[in-house]
Design a protein around this ligand. Structure first.
Ligand code: GUN
Ligand code: FE
Length: 441
């Protein structure tokens, strides 16, 4: 097994003691073997990290790789119109090749900007192509096909029979859960209550319990969405999820902006997890989630860019900045500090996924998912006396990501993604969206 030594970095460990160490990290195969001020270890590869910050790879707990190809095709709309007029017709026109290309384009952007783990909701069909891209690119993921068996304005190609949706999900789980030496996991992804029959949601609840995997859905993102749920199911969105037994510790809700007190209590008491998507929430004009209140209740909250069709980037640096700034404008300058935000982007995201014993911090025994930031540049200086969390969250940008390691494998070096062919993916993405749009007419 290859031994990799990173020397002389400013290490933001994100461990429970919040240690920041000037020193070395030794990686043995897939795992972090040692962390310390001066390791006297021999290694096959040595990276000199003087002037660089080493931190855990970012964990994005809500993305849609299948929507990367729709960047710039669906701007300036609110959620329900955005879905019915743009996103669903676009997703319905996907084929195996366009999903694969969309996923690789998204993963290239994610790895290049320091994200090493994602929770990915795919589209209804061809999710296998996204799993293939995940496998080949080296990124770590929990992913699943979107499930939709109900709703107005859904194109026939996305509307599934309930049994079929459940069976296809289980088939994908059997094929991909635990693949790539455990780097890939399956998660059931019912799209949102508006798209799902009760029979489907209850089926997901039982299958997720049987296979011990997560359930990921959108919830309470937009006021029209919760009004639709209330009209159809006769109660508020999260109350409904609780009534049918889905509100459990393996449930991960994207957005959770429009919650009343009872729903906040359900999320807290049932151990439900939440993903905050500030860029998406601002651009779709959905609202501002009450993140400090959720964190104060002990709820695990991660951060995600959502998709390129609504964000329009997949850049955790932008999402971290927005996460802090939104709460400051809402509740004052101390409402959200840089360290809290970086925690959400790393170990907090790992907790959302139930992976905190394996990833999210730089500690011996954990998997080697790391990023090295080159901070020798105008916009992150002076370094003297500067809080390292502040430098990373408020000043650094994705252009500073120098090296990225996932599962002990170097996937970005000298700011270049090694596991994805950029020129090829860029040109094929133009070809793919062109053919996809021609199918819509
Ligand atoms: N709600 C249902 N589907 C979607 C989606 O694809 N993106 C977002 N942001 N919200 C949704
Ligand atoms: Fe989403």
């Amino acid at each position: 097994m290859t031994k990799l030594l990173i020397r002389d970095a400013c290490i933001l460990t994100m461990n429970s003691a919040d240690e920041v160490i000037r020193g070395d990290v030794l990686i043995d195969g897939r795992t972090i073997a040692a962390v310390g001020p001066k390791l006297s270890a021999s290694a096959d590869v040595v990276i000199d990290a003087n002037g660089k910050a080493l931190l855990p790879g970012f964990v994005q707990t809500h993305v849609h790789l299948c929507q990367t190809l729709f960047r710039g095709q669906a701007d300036d709309l609110a959620l329900i119109d955005w879905l019915r007029r743009k996103i669903w017709p676009l997703e319905a026109a996907h084929d195996e090749e366009t999903v694969y290309c969309s996923a690789l384009l998204g993963i290239g952007e994610l790895l290049r900007s320091g994200t090493t783990t994602i929770l990915d909701m795919e589209t209804v069909r061809h999710a296998g192509s996204a799993f293939r891209a995940i496998e080949e690119s080296g990124i770590r993921a929990q992913a699943g096909k979107a499930m939709m068996d109900l709703g107005d304005g859904v194109p026939p190609a996305l509307l599934e029979k309930t049994e079929r949706s459940l069976q296809e999900s289980v088939d994908l789980l059997n094929r991909w859960h635990g693949a790539a030496s455990g780097r890939i996991e399956y998660a059931f992804c019912p799209r949102f209550v508006v798209s799902c029959s009760e029979e489907l949601l209850v089926g997901v609840r039982d299958l997720a319990a049987r296979y011990r995997v997560n359930v990921h859905t959108h919830a309470s993102e937009n006021r029209d969405e919760i009004a639709l749920v209330e009209a159809e199911r006769g109660m508020r969105n999260v109350v409904y999820l609780d009534r049918i037994g889905l509100a459990r510790p393996n449930l991960i809700l994207a957005h959770s902006i429009w919650l009343d007190d009872e729903e906040k209590r359900i999320i807290r008491d049932r151990g439900v997890k939440v993903t905050h998507c500030p860029g998406s929430n601002l651009k779709l004009a959905s609202g501002i989630a009450r993140v400090p209140e959720l964190l104060g209740d002990g709820v695990a909250v991660g951060i995600g860019a959502d998709g390129a069709a609504c964000n329009n980037n997949l850049d955790m640096f932008q999402e971290m900045r927005l996460t802090a700034f939104l709460q400051k404008v809402r509740r004052g300058p101390t409402a959200m500090d840089a360290k809290t935000v970086l925690r959400m982007a790393t170990i907090g995201g790992a907790k959302v996924l139930g992976m905190e014993s394996r990833i999210g911090s730089i500690e011996p025994g954990k998997l080697a998912d790391l990023q090295l930031l080159d901070l020798e540049d105008y916009h992150v200086y002076p370094s003297y006396g500067a809080d390292p969390y502040s430098r990373v969250v408020y000043a650094a940008t994705r252009g500073d990501v120098d090296t990225v390691i996932v599962d002990g494998r170097i996937v970005v070096r000298d700011k270049t993604v090694l596991s994805v062919d950029r020129r090829k993916v860029l040109s094929e993405s133009d070809r793919a969206i062109r053919s996809l749009l021609s199918r819509i007419g």
